[in-house]
Design a protein around this ligand. Structure first.
Ligand code: FES
Length: 71
């Protein structure tokens, strides 16, 4: 990841996505929900593909980047 650009992830079969918006590693869950409430969302991925996850909070296709960071 660079700046507000997307987080590139390749080779993952699943990820826990933060839904409480308190993670210091958004869009990934860092366990902050344990003290603040909420539950992460488990998403399944094709490990042969590369995914781009939003790290600027502006996407309309959460948790994936939709290019909104460049606007
Ligand atoms: S830190 Fe937000 S759901 Fe886990």
């Amino acid at each position: 990841m660079s700046g507000n650009g997307p987080m590139e992830i390749t080779g993952a079969e699943s990820l826990l996505i933060c839904t409480c918006m308190q993670s210091n590693h958004w869009p990934l869950c860092d366990g902050s929900h344990h003290t603040l409430g909420g539950e992460p969302e488990l998403i399944r991925l094709d490990k042969s593909k590369t995914y781009y996850f939003c790290s600027c909070y502006r996407t309309k296709n959460r948790p994936f980047c939709d290019g909104s960071h460049a606007k």
